[in-house]
Ligand binder design. Structure first.
Ligand code: CP3
Length: 346
């Protein structure tokens, strides 16, 4: 396939380092806010025409090598039987968080079909980008799902969390219920990922955004087995998997054991150190601090090129941020970073 993004995921040779940005379609972008004025976040996610438009606009505006489908990590909660909403300024709120074995037993895993609107949006994005771009490269299309731990943390805490007390209480306190929850998440996430792949996703990114809250022992004992099953089931669909976490430097060698093709790096570990730690048989994605996008352009350019140099031309590097673009980020700085990555020569 002539997509430098997919080739880099597979550690194949590329003409230059591919680039895209976590949360490239978001509130920092006026085009996105114009759509948000008329539609809620969930309306955008559930309307394939609008989700596709938002996805395409962000990728084209920034000139990146991949488009991530506009959706949200928490969408599978609805077919599982958990109601949630996005409260302005507060993030997601799950109305009745799960705290007991009975509630976990009651979660449904047989309604992944209800998530088909994401696949319909991917089909539209895929059709839009079917032709190669002027430079001959095919734009990569990224589908995504949440990882079992990160999704469980929202289901149990009821929203974002600082210390994950409820999630860890359940994890430590009721091993059978925790394992059932991990299993149920994997059961619904596999067909959901498959819908996305069949619709045209070239790569699936698995977001384990909050795994960094776990010690290495707890990650290995409570999270790694289910996550490994999920990664391998997605790879069996014929696409590479990017496995991403934040604050994950000490977990990286363990996350690698899932067998993921690419590991997401946050900005707390230099790319060369991560590559030494991980060895040459896995690709990496990252890892500019998203807040550096607020720096003067000379500093921003220096940090961007430092990351590219730090990879030293090894195959299997995708340039990205260490976490998502935040509201207020100057769009022109994001575009400038994409441009510098494209011009960089080792
Ligand atoms: O270009 C893109 O990346 C957009 C697609 C996208 C969204 N959510 C849309 C969204 C993606 C890839 C996600 C993933 C997601 N959702 C994650 C993992 C990524 C990460 O940041 O680690 C998580 C943890 C969620 C859950 C979630 N959704 C939270 C915690 C929040 C509130 C935080 C915030 O930024 O406000 C959301 C809301 C959300 N999902 C927004 C967007 C663009 C912003 C809110 C809005 O538009 O009203």
């Amino acid at each position: 396939m002539s997509s430098r993004f997919v080739r880099a995921c597979l550690r194949q040779s590329v003409d230059r380092t591919p680039v895209w940005f976590l949360r490239q379609a978001g509130r920092y972008m006026p085009e996105y806010m114009a759509v948000r004025k008329h539609h809620s976040l969930l309306e955008i996610c559930r309307t394939p025409e609008i989700a596709a438009e938002v996805t395409i606009t962000a990728a084209e505006r920034l000139g990146v090598d991949a488009a991530i489908i506009f959706a949200d990590l928490l969408l599978p909660l609805t077919p599982m039987g958990l109601d949630f909403e996005f409260v302005n300024g507060e993030g997601p709120v799950v109305h009745t968080p799960i705290r007991s074995a009975d509630q976990i037993a009651a979660l449904r895993t047989d309604r992944a079909e209800e998530l088909q609107y994401v696949a319909r949006a991917i089909e539209k994005v895929s059709a839009h980008f079917a032709a190669p771009r002027p430079d001959g490269d095919e734009l990569g299309i990224i589908g995504f799902i949440g990882a079992p731990f990160t999704l469980a943390s929202y289901m149990i805490e009821g929203g974002g969390s600082r210390n994950y007390i409820e999630a860890k209480k359940l994890m430590y306190g009721d091993r059978a219920a925790w394992n059932l929850l991990m299993d149920k998440l994997v059961t619904i996430l596999i067909p959901y990922a498959k819908q996305q792949v069949e619709a045209g996703a070239d790569v699936i990114q698995i977001f384990d955004s909050w795994a960094g809250a776990l010690s290495v022992s707890d990650y290995r004992e409570y999270v790694l087995p289910a996550t490994t099953r999920l990664v391998q089931a997605v790879q069996a669909m014929g696409v590479p998997v990017i496995y991403f976490g934040v604050d994950s430097a000490s977990l990286l060698p363990h996350m690698k054991q899932t067998g993921a093709d690419v590991l997401g790096l946050d900005w707390r570990i230099p790319v060369d150190e991560a590559r030494t730690l991980l060895g040459s048989n896995v690709a990496v994605q990252g890892n500019l601090d998203p807040i550096t996008l607020f720096a003067p352009q000379d500093v921003l350019k220096q940090r961007t090129e430092e990351i590219l140099r730090s990879n030293a031309g090894q195959p299997g590097h995708i340039f990205n941020l260490g976490h998502g673009i935040v509201p207020g980020t100057p769009v022109e700085n994001v575009i400038a970073v994409a441009e510098w990555v494209k011009q960089f020569q080792i």
